[in-house]
Design a protein around this ligand. Structure first.
Ligand code: IVH
Length: 680
């Protein structure tokens, strides 16, 4: 090789080293993702290959031999007693075969079959948690693998993680695992961030990492993080003998520490390939994000024989899935009008594959979000897709902006459908079309909502037909649905005898809605399914509900001033009153909740009781306990009052416990609660 070729390899290695170190710094320290994971993996792979071929050009600071993070100022440094390493990555089922062959080869023919333990690769951040005499003493992030940050206080806010181990615990135990944020929590937190005019998180991983790195543990607590253990570091005075990784996890679980429900013991190569494919295909339905699976040799003696290479063990491999993030171009922005007139900017993208799905649209949320992102038409953008929710634009790739090509996004001042002025009230993030029910877009969305499964459940009539019915002026309002005639329907293009009959039958079949479904179907702003249920449980009849005042409504659980105001405003409008009258005239008979029968009473042992939950529970997270109580008939409220029947008090219960004791409310420990619900 000539000198100039050598020089260019040397330069490429230096360039890759610099880039990867910078990307690592952004990812691990600043919780910012600058390029999609798979692009990062490619760079990393290229550097590793070049270094293997030309070790003389390897930088002493090479990222291929260290883990990534660095201590963020503000937290105390903690030196890990045993380094926290990371895993070698693979990208497809074929790589799994190679891994299996390497394992067999390395063991030199002494074994022919390997038992593996398969786990999801959770997409969060790695932490080490030390328990001494059963008590949670210290927790640290992985950092650079040698030193991490002391995040003990924030880790203590994770509700599913016990502060005190149960069962037969060792004198000392270091639990290692992943802190992550569930998709549902991520959605909720981002909504709150947007409402407060704060920057939303790009993905659940960044949200989890950002929350654990909060210096204020009250903020960390509000972020509702989760944790699954995937391994053990140090331990002292272990009361039982453990010879397998799977035994470690079962033991740790018996001490009260959560582990992933997706873990499986698998003893063939075909089995692990099947696991990889199965987990990948269920990925969108999982409640948390994963970025692959991890396959580990289960037998600890074999693990020891296999050992490590520089930064990763030879006995385990991470097989990654395609990234949930991708880079593409923003071609244009459309403005959609929702049921309540809310204007949502929708990004039209150059189609791109994200985690196995082709994405051509993404949400830009609202006007403030466009400003915050600083995005322009023709920009290159990063998008993220979490499960089934609409993908979002999370960042502009400013480095690739062509100033000649980009155009500003102009937020409309008039509704693109009906031309009415768009109004944004002070203090609100959402701009709305002021056309109300004169706007065809709002009418159509209102109709779609009305017929939807959780509202009136009119399944014979989908969005497309509703659009046609409106366009052809067969209907103008919701109540008109109940006067559809077959002969008129058959005049519509492409309408068949069968479809027309099905439509009319399913409309007929919707005439006896449950009270809660009817309330929800009306589409009152801020009244979702849960609020509709609360209202239906409280009010004797629709006319009672229509007469209620804001003060009265605010007495109900989960109804605040804004929701109360929306409800009162809704029923005060004459055209809403007329709509309700027309629906009732058309023959709708609301079904009010029946008195509970004795048999149902037996299945609902806590019926009529109001419970409050406080402190940290070790067998449930808060929501789990709440759901259990509700399923047994109880009402669960947030604070202790005269109407509280019982208080479920976990560890570290504070003011609510004092309050309950003062009020003479019965206090139930978690153990007592478990006994009470056993066998129910
Ligand atoms: S085992 C010696 N198991 O992936 C390495 N890691 O690159 C021990 N991760 O730092 C790690 N899910 O943050 C392991 N089931 C799992 C995992 C997992 C996610 C993360 C973890 C680790 C990184 C490895």
């Amino acid at each position: 090789m000539n000198e100039s070729a050598k020089e260019s390899i040397k330069e490429r290695i230096a360039e890759l080293t610099e880039t990867i170190n910078r990307l690592n710094y952004n990812y691990h320290v600043l919780d910012e993702t600058l390029i999609p994971d798979h692009e990062f993996d490619q760079l990393f792979h290229e550097l590793k290959e070049l270094e293997a071929q030309y070790p003389q050009y390897k930088d002493p600071n090479t990222p291929t031999e260290k883990v990534g993070g660095r201590v963020l100022s503000g937290f105390t440094e903690i030196r890990h007693e045993r380094p926290m390493l990371s895993l070698d990555n693979a990208f497809n089922a074929e790589d799994l075969t190679h891994f299996h062959e390497r394992v067999l080869e390395r063991l030199g023919g002494t074994v022919t079959e390997i038992e593996y333990f398969a786990e999801p690769k959770l997409d969060g951040l790695a932490v080490s948690i030390i328990y001494e005499n059963g008590l949670l003493r210290r927790a640290a992030t992985r950092g650079d693998g040698i030193t991490g940050e002391d995040v003990t206080e924030n880790i203590r806010t994770i509700r599913s993680l016990p502060h005190q181990l149960k069962g037969d615990f060792p004198a000392r135990l270091e639990v290692r695992g992943e802190v992550f944020m569930r998709k549902s929590v991520f959605e909720k937190i981002n909504e709150q961030q947007l409402k407060r005019g704060q920057k939303p998180f790009a993905n659940p991983r960044n949200a989890a990492a950002g929350s654990i790195r909060q210096l204020d543990s009250k903020i960390a607590a509000s972020r509702q993080l989760s944790f699954y253990c995937y391994g053990v570091g140090l331990y002292e005075a272990l009361p039982i003998e453990i010879t397998r990784h799977s035994e470690w996890l079962s033991y740790v679980e018996s001490l009260g520490i959560p582990i992933s429900p997706l873990n499986e013991k698998i003893d063939t190569l075909a089995g692990i390939v099947e696991y990889y494919q199965r987990i990948e295909s269920s990925r969108d339905q999982l409640p948390f994000e994963i970025d692959g699976v991890v396959i580990k040799v289960d037998d600890l003696l074999l693990q020891e024989r296999l050992g490590f290479v520089s930064r990763s063990p030879r006995f385990a491999i991470a097989v990654k899935f395609p990234a949930m993030e991708a880079r593409t171009r923003l071609l244009d922005v459309d403005f959609q009008v929702g049921r309540t007139g809310a204007i949502t900017p929708v990004a039209r993208l150059e189609p791109v594959e994200v985690g196995g799905v082709v994405v051509a649209n993404a949400t830009l949320h609202n006007q403030d979000e466009i400003a915050r992102l600083g995005v322009m038409i023709n920009d290159e953008v990063m998008i993220h897709r979490a499960g089934d929710v609409i993908p979002k634009v999370i960042r502009v790739v400013l480095e690739n902006r062509d100033p000649e090509l980009v155009k500003p996004i102009l937020f409309p001042t008039e509704c693109p459908i009906c031309g009415s002025p768009i109004i944004r009230l002070e203090g609100e993030a959402i701009a709305r079309c002021s056309g109300g029910l004169t706007c065809d877009a709002q009418k159509l969305e209102g109709l779609k909502h009305f017929v939807s499964r959780t509202a009136m459940n009119i399944d014979g009539i989908g969005g497309r037909w509703l659009e046609v019915l409106l366009q052809e002026k067969v209907i103008d309002s919701i109540a008109d649905l109940y006067h559809l005639e077959k002969a008129r329907l058959l005049e519509l293009p492409r309408m068949g005898e069968k479809s027309a009959e099905k439509m009319i039958a399913s409309i007929e079949g919707s005439k006896k809605p449950a009270f809660a479904n009817f309330i929800y179907a009306l589409g009152i702003r801020e009244v979702g399914e849960a609020t509709a249920r609360t209202l239906a449980n409280h009010y004797e009849s629709l006319s009672d509900l229509m007469k209620s005042s804001e003060v009265e409504l605010m007495q109900l659980e989960d109804i605040g001033p804004i929701v109360a105001q929306r409800i009162v405003e809704f029923f005060a409008l004459p055209h809403h009153q007329a709509l309700i009258a027309a629906l009732l005239d058309a023959g709708i008979e609301i079904q009010y909740p029946q008195k509970v029968t004795q048999a149902e009473n037996a299945a609902l042992p806590f019926l009529g009781e109001t419970w409050v939950i406080t402190g940290t529970l070790s067998h449930f997270d808060r929501n789990g306990a709440k759901e259990k109580l509700i399923s047994l008939g109880a009402k669960v409220t947030g604070s202790v009052s005269k109407s509280t029947t019982r208080l479920l008090a976990g560890e570290k219960a504070g003011s609510k416990l004092t309050q309950a004791e003062k009020n003479g409310v019965e206090v139930i420990s978690e153990e007592r609660f478990l006994e009470m619900i056993e066998g129910l």
